[in-house]
Design a protein around this ligand. Sequence first.
Ligand SMILES: *Cc1c(COP(=O)(O)O)cnc(C)c1O
Length: 457
Amino acid sequence: MTGGMFRLDEEMADLLIGYCRERLSLEDVPLDHPGDKAALAAALDGLVNEHGSDVRRVLDVVEHSLAPAVISCDSPRFLSFIPAAPTKAALLFDMVVSSASLQGISWLEAAGAVAAENQVLALLARRAGMPEGAGGCFVSGGSAANLSALAVARDEGRVRTGRERVRIAVSEEAHSSIGAALHLLGVDPLVVPTADHRLLGARLRDVLDGDPARDDVVGVVATAGTTNAGMVDDLEGVGEVARGREMWFHVDGAYGGAAIFSTRTRGRLSGASRADSFVVDPHKWLFAPFDCAALVYRDPERARRVHTQHAGYLEVLHRDASDAWNPSDYAYHLTRRARGLPLWFSLAVHGTDAYGEAVDAAIDLARRTAELVERTAWLELVREPELSIVLFRRRGWDTDDYERWSRRLLRDQIAFVVPSVWEGEPVARLAFLHPGTTLAVVEEVLATTAPPASDVP
Ligand SMILES: *Cc1c(COP(=O)(O)O)cnc(C)c1O
């Protein structure tokens, strides 16, 4: 009966909607554990077969084997990498996007979805200080956004300079996805040394002035919130150098770009107003579900020239161009789910002030954590946090000690904290963004670094 799988099975619907409702209503999301390959294979064995398995059996495997082997990045105790904290409104609307197969490829097919997504992109552009007319699309992540923006930078640079080989300036601290994108694009990086881990306009100018082949440097990438330490480059200075030399100015704010919503910290990002392209990942610090990155161009027409795909059956998308906006024209993609809509819905029901407060709360927690670290004799603050990431050392610990500590924290379900590296030395790193992460959680984590009582003088 092929028709069976296209009819709604009421029991299956109740089970799955019930599961979602329960997960959404959990006060305390369990952190969960790393997976065991053999145990996972055993649980999955035979589940996908010719005839299908009973839905209760499949859900049982999900609940008891698969879900516990996924560390919950939306737990307030997930403090590694960049956590997640999607709003309930955004998660619920994500189910609407799925249930209604809401796609956002073109204006012809999906004007309603695209119009709402564009409302959010315009808001982000305005907050970043970009001019009226800025726009773009939502892609799967910061990596895809960086690749798509840098493809435009490369192509424009090639046309402007008449050279096939062009370079793009980056800082030593740029995100790994920038290097990966340049590699895919066949563009060599011009690595600019940082001053105290920050890319400065003056440094960029010096490096360019000292490089006889500088005319092939067609763009520069600045980071608004490094992933390791949450540091914001000198966006004003770098943007000014870029403008003076007709270089494409790309601002990677995948993590820290959300600070455009902060009342206190948004000034640090004022130079983003000079960007030719600006990226922020709502699936990071703007409380949207995966996967969602916003890519905004100062002049979207420049991106359209690079990314529009042509085919006999696609030309209809570009025919009635007057007010058509095709997200497929602004990045390397064609089919796409309307992944900006969960953020749009959540912004619509909660308002932008709530977002500002939630972003500020993480920044405040980072500051209070830094104070706590400074007051703790056996800890040492690496530097004042600029956004919501705190790096610190435990005096006397080596890499193995940090790793043992990390495993113990996860085993005891206190927190998920993986060590990082700063200037070649192992450090502890706490990344905040979940509004449920309290100072009490931080105190609990820091208490586990205490030396045994006998060691305290
Ligand atoms: C996370 C991050 C990226 C990559 O984004 P994904 O969504 O993981 O692809 C790029 N740049 C910075 C600064 C980031 O923090």
